[in-house]
Unconditional design. Structure first.
Length: 253
């Protein structure tokens, strides 16, 4: 039995839109199918008004870089592409969703799918598998677009730039929340020059005037795994030297 519309849904939708939720997540949190939510939007125009008011609110300006880009990219889509995206989302709740998606794209060409695929990447937080499924393409088709269509890789690079911003903002958020692992990672990378990196100075005795040459393992042009092995070997060597020195002292006593 379909869920009936309630007047209090206006308040709930406003609150959810204010928090930055999109149509799909609003429907999920209301406990209805996305197709039902879209029917409500058409039947009750006030829904669009409360969503617009929520998006223009100052509280909604705190959304992260990707959410802002997601909305901006949606606004850049032609009206017919927006309608196609809404139809595609409605298909997800149907048993014959794949067939419906293919019917939607029939005769429209790769260009339409490409733009909606790029939008899907932002909508699904850069989940490549979900984005591919949403527009009904395989990884083989995606690779063909990258190799054969010179325009598509350029568009994909723009998306990847925002993806990097997304991960960076997520990391900053973890640091701000006091996540220990994130704090250690940031200090070992960004603050490496302040002594937080794992560095070992190896003293190698030279042949000229018996001088000492100081070599920093991290500055060697070697793979990371090789540097780790050198680091471990040096630590083991230091342990042996300290152990032998202790034995020598004990024997003298």
């Amino acid at each position: 039995m379909p869920i009936k519309w309630k007047e209090e849904n206006y308040v709930r939708i406003y609150q959810l839109a204010l928090e930055g939720h999109n149509g799909k997540s609003i429907a999920e949190l209301l406990g209805v199918k996305y197709a039902t939510y879209m029917i409500w939007r058409k039947k009750y125009p006030a829904i669009k008004k409360v969503i617009k008011e929520a998006k223009s609110s100052k509280s909604c300006k705190s959304r992260n870089e990707v959410e802002k880009f997601h909305e901006a990219y949606y606004q850049q889509l032609r009206p017919e592409l927006r309608e196609l995206w809404e139809e595609i989302n409605a298909c997800e709740q149907e048993t014959n969703g794949i067939q419906r998606i293919e019917a939607i794209f029939e005769g429209r060409g790769d260009h339409v799918r490409q733009h909606l695929f790029l939008y899907a990447l932002t909508a699904y937080n850069f989940n490549m598998n979900k984005a591919c499924r949403s527009v009904g393409i395989s990884h083989h088709t995606l690779n063909r677009w990258i190799e054969e269509d010179h325009r598509f890789p350029e568009l994909l690079d723009d998306i990847h730039w925002y993806k990097k911003n997304y991960y960076e903002n997520a990391l900053i958020g973890l640091v701000q929340s006091g996540d220990t692992a994130a704090i250690l990672f940031v200090n070992k990378t960004i603050n490496r020059d302040r002594g937080y990196g794992e560095k070992v100075d190896v003293n190698v005795k030279g042949r000229i005037d018996h001088a000492h040459v100081h070599v920093n393992v991290d500055e060697l042009d070697l793979p990371l795994e090789t540097r780790k092995q050198i680091l471990q070997a040096m630590r083991e060597k230091e342990t042996v030297v300290e152990s032998n020195g202790q034995k020598l002292i004990e024997s003298k006593v």
